[in-house]
Structures are given as C-alpha cells and as structure tokens.
Design a protein around this ligand. Sequence first.
Ligand SMILES: Nc1nc2c(ncn2[C@@H]2O[C@H](COP(=O)(O)O)[C@@H](O)[C@H]2O)c(=O)[nH]1
Ligand SMILES: [Mg+2]
Length: 298
Amino acid sequence: MTMSIIQEISVLTKNHVKIKNPDRVNDILSNMIKGGVSKVQIVSDFDRTITKQHQDGVPHLSTFAMFSKIPSSANNENYQKTVSALRAKYYPIEIDPHIPHEEKLKLMEEWWELSEKAIRGLKVTPEEIEDICVKTQPSLREGTREFFKDLAQENVPIVVFSAGCGDLVMSILKQFDVYLPNVKIISNFLKYNSEGIIEGFQDKVIHVLNKNEYAIKNSDFYHVLEKRDNVIVLGDSLGDASMAEGLDHLKNLLKIGFLYDHIDQYLPLYLDTFDIVLIDDQTMDVPKAIFDYIKAAQ
Ligand SMILES: Nc1nc2c(ncn2[C@@H]2O[C@H](COP(=O)(O)O)[C@@H](O)[C@H]2O)c(=O)[nH]1
Ligand SMILES: [Mg+2]
C-alpha cells in the first residue's frame, strides 16, 4: 500500500502535529505538488506566528506591546494608561473562543480604532522604532531565515499580514535579514505629518478579524499573487485562518495553525479551523518540510 503524503513528510507524523482530516490534507498536498512551486504563495501572520509564541515560557511581545516600550511612548502617561486599559478590556475578548463572530468583530474594530486614536499625536521616530525592535530582543521561529531564503530562491511570495504595527514588523524582519524581495507586508503602518508627529495609520485599520482578501486585493502586489492559486496560510489566532479565503483564483488552501495557549480548551476549535495544528511548536519545521516536499516532487 503506498504511503500517504503525510507519512512521507516525516515531521507531519510527529506527536505534536494534529490533523483532523488526513485525507483532506493529503488531497490538498497532492494538488499542490501537481501545481508545483510556481503556483505556491505563503500568507503568514506576524505576531506569534513569525515571531515565537513564547521564549522559555515567557509570552512573546506583540509589536504594539513593543511600541509601548519606546521611551517617548512609555513616558507618555496618558498613552500608557489608555492602551493598558484597552488591552485589559479587549485582549480577553480577542482570545475568547465563545464570543459570537459578529459581536467580536465589532469589539475588535473598537479596539483598533481607539488604539489609533491613542497613538495620534505621539512623536516616535523611525530610529526609536528600530532601537526598540533590537532592545526587546524579539525571536523568530527557529528556521524562519532558512525557510524565507528557500522561498526567495524559488521566487515564492510571502505576504506577512499583521494587525500589529507595520513599522515594527518591517524593522524586525530587516533585523533578522528576512525582509527579502519576495516578502510583502500588509499591516498598520504609521502616518506622520511634516513635523514627524504620528497622525494615525496610513490605510484602513487591519485588526485580527478583518485580515481577509480585501486587503490583499487592494495591495500593489496583487498582480504577483493572483497567478499563484495554491496558498499556505500560517497563523496563531483563529482569525488568521481566513487571511486568504475569498481570493478569486484560489484552488488549494492549506491552513497551518500554531497553538500554545489553553491547548486543551482551544484544540477542538483549532482543529475545525486549521488543516494542520502544531502544539507548542516554536519552529518553521512543518511549513518548510511541506514546501521542500513540493519542491522535491517537481
Ligand atoms: N500589547 C498590545 N497588543 C496588542 C494591542 N493591539 C493589538 N495587540 C495584539 O497584536 C496582535 C496582532 O498582531 P498579529 O501580527 O498577530 O496580527 C493581536 O493578537 C493583539 O492581541 C495593544 O494595544 N497592545
Ligand atoms: Mg498573531
């Protein structure tokens, strides 16, 4: 009896890899192999997906949390009070799997709109941003650089889709030498006035529940992506799973979810939302092994 593709990609047989519907995953992988590397694109979340979820048990800071540590924002009492209160109110809602989608959507919109209002008027320079992205010592998943360089070698586009702060996302990717020509960032980039004061974000706010094809279709590199109908999605939040859904040309979609918090409570929901769920995996081993398999099968 021939081995299934899952069995042939040995990392997929490891105990921490959970797949609710192996036949479905085999079919998706088989179609992706038929399409080959030239039809693949990666759409990945940033916070706690490209960055680790934790470093030795200490949760990884989000880019907004790092932003709050920049001296000119950290010393702004009003800003700190506002964003801490917002986070205390909305983060538990964000991670609560029992809140109905429509209700959570409205609350996330509220959080990001109030965050944008709070950030308006701050004078945070690009140099301060670069500085904090070093000082907070972010860590990418092991193997991220090799994976991204492998993808760049094969001209496979990676859309980094973040509801965080795009300026910090870009700075961190540059710091780790993975802001390569095939990497495109869709996120909340800061808008400055002529005096260097932050006026808000440059475009429509991206929060954890509206990362969908709308923003990709309106990006200036959609022409690159529309030729690639096999998408591998990487995320750590449930909302990340819909980042590529709805793209007109989509043929095969493989969703890989990284689960670390409240594993027992969330696993059933993650298994219903993602094709492959990785339990406390702080590496890019699985996405890289899948890509290498597609490449080798050409
Ligand atoms: N500490 C804070 N974290 C925040 C705030 N607003 C949003 N967030 C977190 O960012 C991620 C979104 O990033 P992504 O790259 O994963 O899309 C999200 O999980 C929020 O919890 C904030 O004001 N402070
Ligand atoms: Mg995330």
